[in-house]
Design a protein around this ligand. Structure first.
Ligand SMILES: [Zn+2]
Length: 252
């Protein structure tokens, strides 16, 4: 405990406009002590949080892969498909927009963020969709594909530690990609009196690099695909759709 007059001295210096660092130095006090006097518990909680060992696997020494690799592969797919990582904010924010029509996807996206890194996830209602978002200093460590501008305007390649995860969980990466930038549609065709249904998957993305990641993961699962447009891939053969259904399935 410090005698009350020291605390009063510190508050007086603060009122005179002396800087925080200078006050600590002048009175020979720790930043924690002075911070507690000035800002109360807020500063103490912050200092405690900063002192905790990082939960971020990439900041661990030595760095390691995320614990829940299936959730990671899924989240990576969501991010590469249609996610945004804003690093200009004071604390970086990861945001994925999910259509209102698919509440299951909203929950699954939030669960993946929590499993990989987030302490909390916010759902921000917009017109017709929900922005699922999480603030963390460590999203840029976990999603090193972030950068200024659109993803299709810059090269997108996996970091060496991400490659084995995607190799092991191609189905989860595809699930994320198709959930964010793809769809499963049903074509109905009438022949005479009978009608036939052909389910198919489409994935559209302007980035050739992201399209290549999608193609490679499909190849790994022996799912045949073709490009129906330069920016759109289609999975239409019956056995290919059945195989992809094991990992992706209809949106929900
Ligand atoms: Zn980190």
């Amino acid at each position: 405990m410090h005698p009350p007059h020291i605390r009063e001295h510190a508050l007086k210096l603060r009122a005179q406009g002396v800087s925080f660092g200078q006050i600590c130095k002048t009175l020979g006090l720790s930043r924690n002590t002075v911070g507690h006097w000035f800002y109360g518990d807020r500063a103490r909680r912050r200092a405690e949080l900063d002192a905790l060992p990082s939960r971020c696997p990439r900041c661990a020494k030595p760095p390691r892969a995320p614990n829940d690799q299936e959730s990671y592969a899924y989240l990576l797919g969501l991010y590469l498909g249609d996610g945004h990582l804003v690093t200009a904010a004071r604390v970086p924010v990861l945001r994925v927009f999910c259509a209102d029509a698919w509440p299951g996807l909203i929950d699954e996206c939030a669960a993946a963020m929590l499993a990989v890194n987030a302490r909390s996830v916010q759902r921000v209602q917009k017109q017709g969709c929900v922005g699922v978002q999480s603030y963390s200093r460590h999203w840029p460590c976990l999603l090193p594909q972030h950068g200024p501008g659109h993803k299709h305007r810059r090269p997108i390649y996996l970091a060496s530690w991400q490659i084995p995860i995607v190799d092991r969980h191609p189905g989860q990466l595809l699930r994320g990609l198709f959930h964010s930038d793809g769809c499963r549609v049903t074509n109905r065709i009438r022949r005479g009196h009978r009608s036939y249904e052909y389910p198919r998957y489409n994935f559209s993305n302007e980035s050739h690099d992201i399209m290549r990641l999608c193609q490679e993961s499909l190849d790994r699962l022996d799912v045949s695909w073709r490009m129906c447009r330069p920016n759109m891939l289609s999975v239409a053969r019956r056995e290919a759709v059945a195989r992809l259904d094991e990992f992706v399935g209809p949106k929900w």
